[in-house]
Design a protein around this ligand. Structure first.
Ligand code: HEM
Length: 150
């Protein structure tokens, strides 16, 4: 799943290693999951709120930890669906994506992740924007007034 996304130059420590491996990444995802599940704007999307309620925090923490390990150059351990399939029923708007990206940025800073590592991780997140957002759904949501003005 990482083939079309940034890879580390040979010989340098991977982003996975620089984030503290599985324990470092799990600690970040622990904080991030709680922030996302409690984020009022994220939960204003009814599909998101429903998934949160149905699947719960522990499983989501595991999934985002494994996904992050894999895309940052760690072990191939992510058992979930790709980013298009796992979000296609979420009717995810550009604004939904921005809300999540902002929480990720704030969490990396809150957890004391290095500035270079923050940039690299956020670039990976940004590279998935088109897979996560459903363009027609985004348009419908805009028409229905479910997207903030500005
Ligand atoms: C690049 C950005 C994102 C990444 C890396 C990401 C990552 C993931 C992963 C790994 C899963 C688990 C997939 C599976 O179960 O097969 C997931 C599910 C989910 N994502 Fe995302 N996601 C992103 C953006 C978003 C956005 C913008 C939203 C909407 C606000 C969102 C809402 C959700 C929800 C609600 C679930 C299901 C959670 C649950 O099972 O309770 N995600 N995401």
């Amino acid at each position: 799943m990482t083939q079309n996304h940034p890879v580390e130059p040979a010989g340098n420590p991977t982003l996975y290693e620089r984030l503290g491996g599985i324990f470092g990444i799990a600690a970040i995802m622990d904080v991030l999951t709680d922030r996302l599940f409690d984020n009022a704007w994220a939960n204003r999307n009814p599909y998101v709120a429903k998934m949160h309620e149905r699947n719960g925090r522990p499983g989501f923490k595991f999934m985002v930890t494994a996904w992050s390990a894999e895309v940052t150059g760690g072990p191939s351990c992510y058992p979930g669906r790709d980013m298009h399939d796992s979000h296609k029923d979420m009717v995810c708007t550009e604004h939904d994506f921005d809300v999540v990206a902002l929480e990720i940025a704030a969490t990396l800073s809150f957890c004391g992740v290095g500035v270079q590592e923050q940039k690299e991780y956020l670039a990976i997140i940004e590279s998935f924007r088109r897979e996560v957002i459903d363009a027609p759904a985004n348009e419908r949501a805009r028409e229905a007034g479910r997207v903030p003005v500005g």
